[in-house]
Structure formats: C-alpha cells, structure tokens
Design a binder for this molecule. Structure first.
Ligand code: PGA
Length: 270
C-alpha cells in the first residue's frame, strides 16, 4: 500500500471529474493491411453513434490515417502514435504535426514505453509534446514505471519522468494535455500482471500531486488521467470506477473490434 500519497486528499474529488470518459485505441503496428484497418473502423463507427458519455479516439499506424479519416465519422476522433518535433525538413522517415493535423488527426500519443525503449528520452518527448500542443493537437503523454519495488523508489522515478517529459511546457498549454498512466510491467503480451484498482487510484492521486507541484492544484485536478495496460472488456470498468481513471488507453483489445466495442459499452454504462 502506498499510503503516503493519499494523505489529506479525497480520492474521488481528486480523480473523478464530471467529464466524459475517453477511450483511446493504440493500434501499434497493426493490422497488416488497410482493408483490415477499414473493417475495424467500420465496426467502431457503428458503435460510437449511440455513445453519449464516452469519447473515442483511434490511433492507427499513420500510413492508414488518411484513408480511415475519410471512412470514419464525426463521432470518432483519430490520432497518431508518434510525431517529430520539427516543423519540416530533412528528417527521413518522420512525420510532422502539420502533416497529421492536415489529415484531421486531433490526438497524438507521445512517450509510449515502446518508443522510450527504442531510445526516446524525456528531453526528446518534451520537445514533441511542445510541438504537438503548439499545433493545437491533444497530447496523450504516457508515463509509468518499469517495475514496482517494495521501497516505492518507482514513485521517484515516475516523478522525474513526468517533470522531465513536461519540461518547458507552460501552464497555458495544458488544456489539451492528457496523461496516460501505463505501468510497463502491465503492458502487452508479456505483462507480469495488472494494476489493482486501489493501486491505480493511489497512483493517479500521486500523479496529480506531482502536477500540482509543477503547476497548481486547479490545473492538476482538471487534467484527464487515463489508465493503460492489459485493458479488456472485463477489467475496464474497475479501472474507471474504483481506479478513478478518466478513461483508458487500450492496446491489444483495440484492434479486435468486438473487444474494443465491448470496452466502449462498459465506459458508457458507468
Ligand atoms: P495493452 O497495451 O493493452 O496491449 O497492454 C497498452 C499500451 O501499450 O498502450
């Protein structure tokens, strides 16, 4: 138990806003063809029309974005899984914020642990966060520890990760910033376990305390904090209800239309 982080804070006030739930699908490097991608989007599209309390974002591989946006719907927002911080120029293989914005993407996932694993530093992530927010995109900034040690040193690691990834981001740019808490040990097919809702609630309060120290309390409380890591239609409700997450960042289950739609239904029913 991480009791030291919840002192004096009403967990529900601190974590649960009155806003809609935000469910984001991170498709990673899936599926293999644009035809398959279209199929998934058309199933999601059929489900989003009736949602009133849930906002939905799909982040496919950027190469599919133009096609999917055209075949999407106004109720379904799109995003990318990465972006370069420079506006344009000699950066082979990269994509810019203006490019994705011109394809009507509204969100970008930054700082995902799989990109950090490929060598992205907090410093680089902070530059990307700045460029994306400046261009008017909403940023889903992923943070999370590689493992939880009994001495709670991971909390300090996470604190420095958040502070460094947001280095140079002024308070007036926070409106479109979303944090996704993604403990690395709970992500993907090699996940060692899932976070318990009470652990999630404590961690979200901890993240708000860090944000409050960096900015101020109203800004920290207004920030959407999502959870990601082995989310499926069975555990989704507990992360948002008892865990206090304002939504979810879904990996594997987001490329299986039935599972993803199941998660949307859970979010809508809360
Ligand atoms: P997962 O991935 O849902 O497959 O664990 C989550 C993520 O990496 O964002």
């Amino acid at each position: 138990m991480i009791t030291r982080i919840s002192n004096g804070v009403n967990p529900l006030d601190a974590t649960r806003g009155r806003q809609k739930q935000l469910i984001v699908g991170n498709w990673k490097m899936n599926p293999r063809t644009v035809a398959e991608a279209r199929k998934i989007v058309s199933s999601i599209k059929a489900a989003v029309g009736s949602l009133k309390k849930t906002d939905v974002v799909v982040c496919p591989p950027s190469v599919f974005l133009g096609d999917l946006v055209v075949n999407g719907s106004t109720r379904l927002a799109f995003g990318t899984q990465n972006v370069h911080f420079e506006k344009d120029g000699a950066f082979t293989g990269e994509i810019s914020v203006a490019m994705i914005a011109s394809l009507k993407a509204k969100y970008v996932i930054l700082g995902h642990s799989e990109r950090r694993e490929m060598g992205e530093t907090d410093d680089l992530i902070a530059k990307k966060v700045h460029a994306a927010l400046e261009a008017g995109l909403s940023v889903i900034l992923c943070v999370g520890e590689k493992e939880r040690d009994p001495e709670c040193a991971y909390l300090d690691i996470m604190k420095s990760q958040i502070e460094a990834s947001l280095h140079g981001i002024p308070k007036n740019m926070l409106a479109k910033l979303i944090i996704a808490y993604e403990p690395v040990w709970a992500i993907g097919a090699k996940a060692k376990g899932v976070v318990l809702p009470e652990e999630l609630l404590e961690t979200i309060i901890f993240i708000r305390k860090i944000l409050s120290g960096m900015y101020d309390q109203p800004s920290a409380h207004a920030m959407k904090i999502l959870y990601g890591g082995s989310v499926d239609e069975n555990n989704a409700g507990s992360f948002m209800k008892e865990g206090g997450a304002a939504g979810l960042l879904v990996g594997r289950a987001s490329v299986e239309a039935k599972k993803f739609v199941g998660i949307l239904k859970v979010a809508e029913s809360l």
